[in-house]
Design a protein around this ligand. Structure first.
Ligand code: FE2
Ligand code: FE2
Length: 397
């Protein structure tokens, strides 16, 4: 059913209304907030639609699945699990403290030269805490960006879906924060790389860029990062938490693919070119990730002193700490972007750039819109609790 929009109501000042000139309403001054929050100005236009028809069947299906797959962060996870962080790290082996760090300790003049197993274990715990901290901050960014999609996407089916995703991301932020707080130690600040990437999406006036950046790039990144940690960790609470988060993330990527495939069919070559440039810039920059410097500060090792040893060790071991992760990320991202038609638009502009970077080997891997249901461990576990039901393959914790 479609109906005409009512005339806009005149603005009514009230509690919390912006004060002229400040742009901040009743919020405290930025100087007072600086320690606890970051203020981001969003330039996108909100869209209030009067078209309530449910004619995007794939989005309706995803929304219905999302409603059924909501899990409870309090009752579906056993927070009484006793977690020994050093045992978690020991069980992860080289996946907790990559060999590169041990090689760095053998180099002449390395500040790690006197390190023994206790120091490496502590490094492992800090690296795990740093990793989960970035997940926590990234999840909050996802929650805010999903809320922005609710506001800016013009289709009612996509607004409904993005609303379920906002709830998913709230739950993800909450469980990572609780795990760090109750099982590990102090969290780490958001890395400048992740901060810059997510802030740019929050500020962008083009709603589909927030969509592309969050639902395709960052969600593919998250799926790879969570998958890698899930594969290597044995601690049951963290393992189940990651698996449940992944169940949601795969559906989020599928949402991005379904929505953007429709949108991009109607864009001009110039508009598609902007999206291709965005992807080239963001994905090639992803490859420049590095270890959180605060880890070294917390361990009492000067960052400037340790970096040369790490770089030399990286050359000697033939790759970066993140090589495995990067492969997993591009194995998710490239087929998803192919599905959107962005590899070949504008005479294959993106195909050429990604080809030069060696990323096209993943072009024909399965895209997430095709395989997202395989990730749904939440539904599989519920079905397994029904007597006589066989759980689906590939969905176990
Ligand atoms: Fe998430
Ligand atoms: Fe997500």
């Amino acid at each position: 059913m479609t109906r005409r929009p009512p005339p806009p109501a005149p603005p009514v000042p009230g509690p919390g209304a912006p004060e002229p000139g400040t742009g901040l309403g009743t919020l405290p001054a930025p100087a007072d907030l600086r320690a606890g929050v970051k203020l981001v100005e969003d330039h996108a236009t909100r869209v209030f639609t009067w078209d309530y028809r449910r004619d995007r069947t794939q989005l309706v299906t995803l929304y219905n699945k999302a409603m059924g797959a909501q899990w409870n962060s309090v009752t579906d996870l056993d927070w009484d699990t006793d977690v020994d962080p050093e045992r978690v790290v020991a069980d992860m082996g080289d996946d907790a403290v990559p060999r590169l760090f041990r090689v760095a300790a053998t180099l002449p003049g390395s500040p790690l030269a006197a390190w023994g197993e206790p120091e490496f274990t502590r490094l492992g715990v800090e690296l795990l805490t740093a990793r989960l901290s970035q997940f926590m901050h990234g999840e909050q960014g996802a929650m805010i960006t999903a809320a922005k999609l609710v506001e800016t996407v013009p289709w009612i089916d996509a607004k409904y879906y993005a609303a379920t995703q906002t709830m998913d991301e709230a739950r993800h932020t909450e469980v990572f924060a609780r795990y760090i707080d109750t099982k590990l130690a102090d969290s780490y600040p958001m890395s400048p790389f992740l901060d810059e990437q997510i802030t740019a999406l929050m500020e962008d006036a083009r709603w589909d860029i927030a969509y592309l950046g969050m639902q395709i790039v960052i969600e593919s990144l998250a799926l790879a990062a969570f998958g890698e940690l899930h594969r290597t960790v044995t601690e049951p609470l963290l393992k189940k938490l990651l698996r449940y988060v992944m169940s949601d993330e795969a559906r989020h990527v599928a949402f991005g693919i379904v929505s953007l495939s429709e949108l991009y069919q109607g864009l001009s070559s110039a508009e598609l070119g902007e999206r291709q440039e965005f992807l080239a810039e963001n994905t090639l920059r992803n490859r420049a990730r590095s270890t959180t410097p605060e880890v070294w500060e917390r361990l009492g090792v000067p960052v400037r002193a340790v970096v040369p040893s790490l770089m030399e060790a990286a050359t000697m071991t033939g790759g970066s700490v993140f090589a495995g992760f990067q492969r997993a990320f591009f194995a998710k991202l490239v087929p998803n972007v192919r599905k959107l038609g962005l590899l070949d638009a504008n005479d294959g502009w993106l195909r050429e750039r990604w080809g030069q970077a060696g990323l096209l080997e993943f072009e024909f891997a399965t895209d997430t819109a095709e395989e997202y249901e395989r990730y749904d461990a939440v539904s599989a576990h519920r079905a397994a609790q029904t007597p006589g039901h066989e759980p689906a393959a590939g969905t176990g914790v």
